[in-house]
Design a protein around this ligand. Structure first.
Ligand code: AMP
Length: 218
């Protein structure tokens, strides 16, 4: 069976960390719309220039830019046995668009995993988050600092704070999440596609809960 997984959760819930693990265990590509936008910003592409205006303010990139991008990506050959979407859909319009795409192009059901965590836990996690400018590895100033301050353990690249992890931007991202993304929880619950895990646990415990939901690798 083709495995199509959507990972949801508020900003900073640990979607990226869990997505990497899920993709590895189930051998499916990890498609992060945020990563795709960041790569475009870095590469200075027209898409990147448009997306940056929204991203730096903590706002969502307009639906029409996101939907086409995702459709093109999931039609690529490496997605034929399944894929994991991290950060998409993020609005009801995107979810409806994706439902139509699934009905037309896919014959497998969707598993939506919602990582639940409160804002009080998330704010310090996000404001302390740092990322390697070269390889994208994430760190946390107190929970998982690099061995040498400001330098990536893996590649020696420079570690920095993403503009959208600054405190004022983080508050805006929570507001946007509540307003535009959290209605998707009900949307998928009504369709019987939603499972929730407690994201305040350790990354290992969250991953174990996710694997219990997704089942074995076949
Ligand atoms: P993320 O790394 O998933 O938090 O995404 C970083 C930023 O990229 C978000 O704050 C948005 O500005 C933009 N973005 C990522 N995915 C989407 C999406 N599905 N819809 C709209 N904007 C998105």
């Amino acid at each position: 069976m083709k495995r199509i997984v959507v990972l949801m959760g508020p900003p900073g819930a640990g979607k990226g960390t869990q997505a990497t693990r899920i993709a590895e265990k189930y051998n499916i590509p990890h498609i992060s719309t945020g990563d795709i936008f960041r790569a475009n910003v870095k590469g200075g592409t027209p898409l990147g220039k448009k997306a940056k205006e929204y991203m730096d303010k903590g706002l969502l990139v307009p639906d029409e830019l996101v939907c086409e991008l995702v459709e093109d990506r999931v039609l690529q050959d490496d997605c034929r046995c399944g894929y994991l979407l991290d950060g998409f859909p993020r609005t009801i319009v995107q979810a409806e668009y994706f439902d139509e795409f699934l009905a037309e192009r896919e014959c497998s059901p969707l598993s939506v995993l919602n990582i639940e965590v409160g804002e009080d836990v998330l704010l310090p996690r996000m404001v302390g988050r740092r990322v390697c400018r070269s390889c994208g590895k994430t760190y946390h100033l107190s929970a998982m600092p690099p061995k040498v301050e400001g330098v990536c353990d893996l590649c020696g690249g420079e570690i920095y704070q993403r503009a959208d992890d600054r405190e004022e931007t983080v508050h805006e991202r929570f507001r946007v999440y509540e307003e535009q993304t959290s209605p998707l929880i009900e949307y998928y619950r009504e369709r019987g596609a939603l499972s929730s895990v407690d994201g305040s646990e350790s990354p290992d415990e969250v991953f174990a809960a996710i694997c219990a939901i997704l089942g074995d690798c076949r």
